[in-house]
Design a protein around this ligand. Structure first.
Ligand code: KG4
Ligand code: ZN
Length: 363
């Protein structure tokens, strides 16, 4: 495809307005972000249309249902976002979308929509990594950032990203410079929450349901295993299996549900906290960030916060409203790439397996 696009907006050209589309899984999301001068970025509008009710009866996300619904809702979401921000398409400097990782049929819908908007209005197009969106989300409000010659600078840190599809420990030296230290070798943390919830008869997505039940439970009631391989990788399938084998032995499941949920949640949290603190120590990081859907979990947030406090580390959790999938984090990741001189192209394709460490600050 070829089209006359505007060159990438200049970092020092005053205000920069970005419209981002996120459709990597089952949330259709559109956000508009504006960055003026050296002020922190401002979210003018962030809309998320959840498909949870549609997928609930299947117990998980059905790719074809997800992509079909993205294509049904996206146009309305984009129009509503522009209306809400009192803008027109021509006021937007760059249209951006998630390139991957995610479900290919879902990614294609948002990616193609952003390209079409960019081509129709002659504006810039850029696509970004979904995991980079999560990783950078704790800095969107401007906390702990500074202003450098090429725009917003994020501090070196250790990032724990916990979502439905990924569990990652990343050493981020600066925006775009990422070294993956550990990841899950089987289920992601959110996936483990979802699968255990399903075993317990709780609805999808399971994370918030387990957290709700766990509030009334005893985290020490069941001694579930903590898989601690010597490296910084994670494994949650043994824990999931332990819960499965425990259930038939529990005589009154309904009354013990809160104890099972609290013990499971504690087992996941112990591993995540211990490995994050170890990774920060081994790699000389004095800041730990927490992001991704599972970072909504208050038990995990406070355990990691306590761990950071006792190890003398700064803890920067993502605000809850930006933890689960949203397009504001995609717009922010794009903003940092544009400021560092990145140029997108309409010939760019989605990549369902896009890796975080393959990219660099200018690609
Ligand atoms: O980041 P996200 O919205 O989507 C992906 O990129 O995967 O994460 C969704 C995941 C789901 O597995 C959901 O169960 C989990 O985040 N989650 C939680 C909580 N809220 C959402 N897990 C534990 N506790 C929560 N409060
Ligand atoms: Zn996500």
């Amino acid at each position: 495809m070829s089209a006359a696009l505007q060159p990438a907006p200049e970092p020092e050209s005053g205000a920069l307005t970005i419209l981002a589309i996120e459709t990597s899984c089952d949330e259709s999301a559109v956000a508009i972000l504006r960055q003026s001068g050296t002020e922190p970025a401002e979210i003018l509008c962030s809309l998320v249309s959840s498909q949870i009710q549609l997928h609930r009866s299947y117990g998980g996300v059905v790719p074809e249902v997800a992509s079909r619904n993205h294509s049904l809702i996206l146009r309305t979401l984009v129009e509503n976002a522009l209306d809400h921000a009192a803008l027109q398409a021509r006021d937007v400097d760059a249209f951006v979308a998630t390139r991957g990782p995610g479900l290919s049929s879902s990614l294609l819908v948002g990616h193609t929509m952003a390209k079409a908007l960019a081509a129709a209005s002659g504006r810039h197009f850029l696509s970004v990594n979904h995991m980079e969106g999560h990783l950078l989300s704790p800095f969107l409000s401007g906390q702990a950032t500074s202003w450098g010659s090429s725009g917003i600078k994020i501090p070196p840190h250790l990032a724990l990203i916990v979502s439905g599809g990924h569990t990652m420990l990343v050493h981020a030296r600066k925006a775009g410079d990422y070294h993956i230290l550990g990841r899950t070798v089987d289920d992601a943390a959110g996936e483990a929450f979802d699968k255990v919830a399903r075993m317990l008869g709780l609805p999808y997505p399971g994370g918030p349901e387990i957290e709700k039940q766990a509030r009334a439970g005893d985290p020490e009631a069941f001694q579930f295993p903590r898989s601690m391989p010597g490296d910084l990788n994670f494994s949650f399938s043994g824990l999931k299996t332990a819960v499965r084998y425990t259930l038939p032995k529990v005589s009154n499941l309904t009354t013990r549900l809160p104890d099972i949920c609290a013990s499971f949640q504690k087992a996941v949290t112990d591993v995540l906290v211990l490995k994050s603190l170890r990774a920060a120590k081994e790699h000389g990081c004095n800041t730990i960030t927490l992001s991704g859907g599972v970072s909504c979990n208050e038990f995990l947030r406070s355990a990691l916060s306590d761990g950071c406090l006792s190890d003398g580390l700064r803890f920067l959790p993502c605000p809850s409203r930006l933890s689960t999938d949203n397009a504001a984090m995609i717009a922010f990741a794009a903003l940092l790439k544009l400021q560092s001189g990145a140029n997108g192209s309409l010939s760019e394709d989605i990549d369902p397996n896009l890796s975080l460490s393959r990219q660099d600050s200018t690609s």
